[in-house]
Design a protein around this ligand. Sequence first.
Ligand SMILES: CC(C)(COP(=O)(O)OP(=O)(O)OC[C@H]1O[C@@H](n2cnc3c(N)ncnc32)[C@H](O)[C@@H]1OP(=O)(O)O)[C@@H](O)C(=O)NCCC(=O)NCCS
Length: 176
Amino acid sequence: MNKQVKLLDGSEVTLRFLEPKDVDNLYQFFLKRIKEEDLLLFKDNVRDYYLVKSWCENIDHNRVIPIVAEAPDGSIIGVGSLHFRPHGWSRDVGKIRVSICAWCRGKGLGKAIVEELINLAKDRGMRAIIAEVVSPQKAALQTLRKAQFEEQAVIKNIATDHKGNPLDLHIFVKYL
Ligand SMILES: CC(C)(COP(=O)(O)OP(=O)(O)OC[C@H]1O[C@@H](n2cnc3c(N)ncnc32)[C@H](O)[C@@H]1OP(=O)(O)O)[C@@H](O)C(=O)NCCC(=O)NCCS
């Protein structure tokens, strides 16, 4: 996959698979392009260089397909991933995660990455995709609704923000 996408401000980015050579670039993305308060949206410590290195060096498209959005200057300004397991009840159900540089939002990049992840899930013969959103991520709710995901459940007060306040978890599903 190597796809050129024109954003709403006229700039162009390349969507492509994450590669082993991206270690430093991806680390810089998590270090400089994600706001402190958004770190809680990740399930891992993405500012751990060795964790990012191990992700880049152990890419296994039979479990996770990570994609990146590369700006013309070579920097990574958005990431997305499709997660799945080959066995068990969820063997044909994928889960997606998307994160866009805090200063590059609202230009259509999130939408483009979600579309690409949907295409990858379809190519893999998946039956459905799940996405989890912690409120109040209005942009995420809107992005998923626009991509025809349906909100199937809200788990009240299950998440905690960086100040210790409770947040709801919205579960979105798209049947393919
Ligand atoms: C959610 C996220 C990926 C969206 O990326 P983005 O590049 O800003 O989104 P886009 O520019 O493609 O916009 C997609 C839609 O959301 C809407 N949107 C964008 N920002 C919005 C905001 N702050 N409030 C309401 N709607 C918003 C856009 O208008 C667009 O809808 P439209 O086509 O009807 O105009 C990005 O905000 C992000 O990284 N958030 C933190 C991570 C996260 O919550 N991930 C969960 C998703 S699985």
